[in-house]
Design a protein around this ligand. Structure first.
Ligand SMILES: C[S@@+](CC[C@H](N)C(=O)[O-])C[C@H]1O[C@@H](n2cnc3c(N)ncnc32)[C@H](O)[C@@H]1O
Length: 181
């Protein structure tokens, strides 16, 4: 929630509280005025009011099909942030390649960040690549094979059409631990 959004809601709640408490207002109105006064002065309540006023939009569909339209619907000044936890690991190789193409395509139009937490692929004893095509040290690949599956935390960024990437760390599949590199 932005500070600006919070102050706008607070100002509106204050205005409504004032409207419900003009001089000589009937007693039955006081409750409403008090409710809005509380909202105007209560930070957590303001957050709830804001979340209700601007609910997160859910989109159903294959991510490869819906991503371009979802990104296009975002405000032009917003930095696009794609976050995926244990989703891309399920994409078959041709779909992963298609996603990579989408990142390049979107990146030609606007800046973006893609943060991923996904096991090495292909799942199983031959796993050696990340879904983001990041460089993972051979020792890590061996640990993954011998010690059980964990997720690589990685980021891909595109600025002015130029791609960069970083391995940020790794994560237990159930988030029991995170290890930053
Ligand atoms: C292991 S769950 C990850 C759940 C997610 N991280 C969460 O916390 O809710 C894998 C999810 O990936 C979704 N998924 C896999 N392939 C997809 C695709 N092509 N398009 C959209 N969702 C996909 C599945 O529907 C499933 O919900």
């Amino acid at each position: 929630m932005t500070g600006t959004g919070r102050s706008v809601v607070a100002a509106q709640a204050r205005a409504i509280a004032d409207a419900w408490s003009p001089p000589g207002a009937p007693e039955s109105w006081w409750l409403t005025a008090a409710t809005f006064t509380t909202i105007a002065e209560d930070e957590p309540l303001l957050d709830v009011a804001l979340a209700r006023a601007e609910p997160a939009r859910s989109v159903r569909g294959n991510l490869l099909d819906v991503l371009p339209d979802v990104v296009a619907s975002l405000p032009a000044e917003a930095l696009v942030c794609l976050v995926d936890t244990y989703v891309h690991v399920f994409l078959p190789p041709p779909d992963l390649e298609r996603f990579d193409g989408l990142i390049a395509e979107i990146g030609r139009e606007r800046d973006l960040e893609w943060v991923s937490v996904d096991p090495l692929v292909p799942l199983g004893p031959d796993a050696r690549a990340t879904v983001q095509r990041l460089d993972v040290p051979a020792a890590r690949v061996r640990e993954n094979r011998d010690g059980g599956v964990w997720g690589v935390i990685g980021r891909v960024g595109v600025r002015n059409g130029v791609r960069s990437d970083t391995v940020l760390g790794r994560a237990h599949p159930g988030a029991a631990w995170l290890e930053w590199r």
